[in-house]
Design a protein around this ligand. Structure first.
Ligand SMILES: [Zn+2]
Ligand SMILES: [Zn+2]
Ligand SMILES: [Zn+2]
Ligand SMILES: [Zn+2]
Ligand SMILES: [Zn+2]
Ligand SMILES: [Zn+2]
Ligand SMILES: [Zn+2]
Length: 395
């Protein structure tokens, strides 16, 4: 590869040799001028040159910097590499490809994907790092959603997949419910009656299924539930001015008991307000006698839901006393939902008001939306005015 030649020495030889030679005139190999053989001229590689300038012009040039290789004044040393000539080590290295990792000139080395590297070490350093474990990734996997992310192995990639909220397995496909993800088999598990999520492990005596989270927070204790019920009654009175002075019997019940109280086969609601009274004629005057009010609330609800149901049922009590002639279910349930909605806002539980719009019974949703519309200007006052009008009409 390297072929050092001492040009200075060659020049000297050429200049002296020609003096001895005789015969015909020659032509300069560079400029074509006729050279008298009797004069001094230069010869190099069997070719004659009329002057030092013509000789140098014929000399090879550095493939990098273009300089004449072997300037007679200096000691010339050049390198021949792949048919090209370089004046110096620096020019030679400049012409070499550079390592894609460290930037050093690569002489030999390795080529991967059209890129040069000094050695296997430099190549490894250029590899992308596994997005999970940080190891260099040669080949490996790419994130289907983000091509810039590489993974060294299927195992590392799998750790980036979402885990099923019930069984914890990593999933390539899943079902989503309220920001939670479930694998297909877990999605088919029994659902919690409370939050609707699958994987409800607890089975209540009445057959309802409940997830662990809801079960841990749920109200099953009557005394505790009654205290919370009374608190809601006070708060509805204090913050909305909606109160009655009648005695309300509170009952924490399971689904069977609720169905019996509501005189239905299967209770699908969470609470019930029952008002009973009889009207007697005595001495020509009609009197309401034997008045009773009962509120039933399903056990196993979480406190937030229990309070929501309590506010709803208490609103029925207010409506019964103030607007007893209102019978239309859309109006009565709409009002109860509206009152519960105002309390949910006061308690900072706006999510309950979004849930309200998903009620499986259309009357509740229609009624609630109607009341919200009426309440948009004038709030609760406007809603109460609306009920007053309905009461007057007796609808
Ligand atoms: Zn010449
Ligand atoms: Zn050069
Ligand atoms: Zn390198
Ligand atoms: Zn990895
Ligand atoms: Zn699962
Ligand atoms: Zn649940
Ligand atoms: Zn109701």
């Amino acid at each position: 590869m390297k072929r050092p030649i001492c040009l200075a020495l060659l020049l000297l030889l050429a200049a002296t040799a020609l003096l001895a030679a005789g015969g015909d005139d020659l032509k300069c190999a560079t400029c074509g001028r006729v050279i008298k053989k009797t004069k001094h001229y230069l010869e190099f590689d069997g070719k004659p040159y009329c002057s030092q300038a013509c000789f140098e012009a014929a000399l090879p040039k550095c493939a990098t910097c273009g300089k004449t290789v072997g300037d007679g004044a200096k000691q010339g040393e050049f390198l021949k590499y792949k048919g090209k000539i370089y004046c110096s080590q620096a020019c030679f290295e400049e012409a070499l490809p550079k390592c894609a990792t460290c930037g050093k000139p690569v002489n030999g080395g390795i080529i991967v994907d059209g890129k040069y590297y000094c050695n296997a070490d430099c190549h490894r350093q250029s590899l992308p790092r596994c997005a999970v474990c940080g190891k260099p990734v040669d080949g490996g996997l790419r994130d289907p959603l983000d091509r810039d992310k590489a993974y060294c192995s299927q195992e590392c990639f799998n750790t980036t997949l979402p885990a099923c909220d019930v069984c914890g397995r990593r999933m390539r496909s899943w079902r989503t419910l309220d920001d939670k993800r479930y694998c297909d088999s877990c999605a088919a598990l029994p659902r919690c009656f409370n939050c609707g999520h699958p994987g409800a492990e607890a089975v209540l005596p009445d057959g309802r299924r409940q997830c662990r989270g809801c079960f841990a927070a749920a109200l099953f204790d009557t005394a505790q539930a009654r205290a919370l019920f009374e608190r809601v009654r006070r708060e509805v009175a204090d913050s909305l001015g909606l109160a009655t002075d009648r005695a309300i019997a509170f009952h924490l019940v399971d689904q069977h008991q609720l169905a019996r109280a509501a005189k239905v086969k299967r209770a699908s609601e969470r609470g019930l307000y029952l008002y009973r009274a009889s009207v007697r004629d005595s001495a020509g005057r009609r009197r309401t006698v034997g008045e009773t009010a009962d509120i039933y609330i399903l056990d196993g609800l979480r406190p937030a839901e229990f309070m929501d149901v309590a506010a709803h049922e208490l609103a029925h009590d207010v409506q019964q006393q103030r607007f007893p002639r209102v019978r239309n279910k859309v109006t009565t349930e709409g009002f109860a939902e509206y009152v519960a909605g105002l309390m949910a806002t006061a308690w900072g539980r706006e999510e309950l008001n979004r849930e309200r719009l998903k009620n499986e019974f259309a009357e509740y949703v229609t009624g609630y939306q109607r009341m919200v519309k009426i309440g948009q200007n004038g709030g609760l006052k406007a809603v109460l005015e609306h009920l007053k009008q309905q009461n007057r009409k007796g609808v």
